[in-house]
Ligand binder design. Structure first.
Ligand code: PLP
Length: 400
């Protein structure tokens, strides 16, 4: 007898992208130590604004409660406290979406739930992802050996692929606003995906981690689309909305009405969570609840506006240079076409070597990203302005 490993792990690609970026930066720094202090990182996917004061105050108060016998709390409900679920329920009402409290599951972030949800599905299910893709969708399915098909995006479809007969799959991932492309589906686009899922009895896994950046009439939630309750699970996060990337809190919505093979996915997810998860800390959930208070919302809006202003500095530069891009309007990501038809790693090297600016090569997110590049709005105003001034100078010199 001997324990044998899950062979699927051995087939995973190395998580090459960010390791390779770090390697190239190190190499550049050791070749040019005198320039190191001028390096500007525009590739970061992490937020930089601190937690809002209202959130910190709520967590301090909750921590103090934990130190007093009368208000101490031990294990909480695995699926989250009602006070936070009620706050989320009210937030969804703003988009006209009615949720029952038992449809909302609090988690330690969207990434874990996006991976864990796959426990509910057969390993023979096929999976559709849009390419370029947030790598977690691909890797988590590879770990259980599922077949993955790719819906290619491009300039032609504005990086918003729509259903086609060859995209028939059992599980379909959509991310809107998208990471890495920043592209956002409108109601019409999402309606087509919901209909496609209905026709094929598929499940949509809708990643709304960036919904807080959406403005105007674009949908925040898949449940704004009629019929979505019967086909979709939604994942959301406090990471980008409220700076919780290190604090860790998110939520997943599994409608009561969602069934496959006669089984309720809501009941299955409840069973999964109560067995394998012991909930998010009381202190963190009180902090997340404060996100939805009047002062919390105001402070969060200031932070989001800070990132939006950075995104505007980037998109204005692209507009002046007549560079094609998606995102930046309802998203912290700007996905641009590399100048002079360069491939994304060559442009990465050029930008690093000649402008001392770091971004993320599109090829790291899939085949469709080959000649594209991702910049993020999570830096400071000062660095974003300086990086874009250097970017502009570099691109102008390329066209001389
Ligand atoms: N989904 C997308 C598309 C993301 O880009 C990220 C984080 O960058 C996540 C989910 C993970 O969010 P969380 O911090 O809640 O785990």
């Amino acid at each position: 007898m001997s324990a044998s490993v899950n062979q699927n792990y051995l087939k995973l690609n190395e998580s090459y992208l960010f390791a390779e970026i770090a390697r190239r930066i190190r190499e550049w720094q050791s070749a040019h130590p005198e320039l190191s202090s001028q390096l500007i990182r525009m590739g970061i996917g992490d937020v930089t604004r601190p937690l809002p004061k209202t959130v910190v105050d709520a967590m301090v108060k909750a921590a103090q409660e934990m130190g007093v016998a009368e208000t101490f709390r031990g294990y909480g409900p695995e699926q989250g406290y009602d006070f936070l679920k009620t706050a989320i329920q009210s937030y969804y009402k703003k988009f006209g979406v009615e949720l029952a409290l038992d449809e909302i599951f609090i988690s330690d972030g969207a990434k874990s739930d996006l991976g864990n949800i796959l426990d509910l599905f057969d390993e023979n299910n096929t999976v559709l992802v849009t390419d370029p893709v947030y790598p977690v969708y691909v890797d988590t399915n590879m770990m259980s050996g599922r077949k993955i098909i790719y819906a290619m995006s491009s300039e032609e479809n504005g990086f918003l692929p729509l259903p086609a007969p060859e995209y028939r799959a059992d599980i379909i991932y959509l991310c809107s606003p998208n990471n890495p492309t920043g592209a956002v589906y409108d109601r019409e686009g999402l309606t087509k995906w919901v209909r496609f899922a209905q026709e094929n009895n598929a499940i949509l896994l809708f990643d709304a981690a960036y919904e807080c950046f959406v403005t105007g009439d674009l949908p925040h939630s898949i449940y704004e689309i009629p019929g979505a309750r019967d086909v979709a699970i939604e994942f959301c996060s406090f990471s980008k909305k409220a700076g919780f990337t290190g604090t860790r809190c998110g939520y997943t919505i599994v409608p009561d009405t969602l069934k496959r093979d006669g089984a309720s996915l809501n009941k299955m997810w409840l069973r999964r969570q109560t067995t394998k998860f012991n909930g998010v800390s009381y202190i963190t959930q009180r902090g997340a609840e404060a996100v939805f208070t009047e002062s919390g919302e105001r402070e969060i809006e200031e932070n989001l506006q800070y990132y939006r202003d950075n995104a505007a500095i980037i998109t204005e530069t692209m507009d002046r240079l007549h560079i094609y891009y998606t995102g930046g309007k309802n998203s912290p990501y700007i996905w641009l076409k590399c100048p002079s038809d360069m491939d994304s790693w060559s442009f990465f090297d050029k930008l690093l070597n000649e402008a001392y600016v770091v971004g993320t090569p599109g090829a790291g997110f899939g085949k469709s990203g080959e000649k594209f590049f991702r910049l993020t709005a999570f830096s400071t105003h000062e660095n974003t302005r300086e990086a874009m001034a250097r970017f502009e100078k570099l691109v102008q010199s390329m066209s001389l």
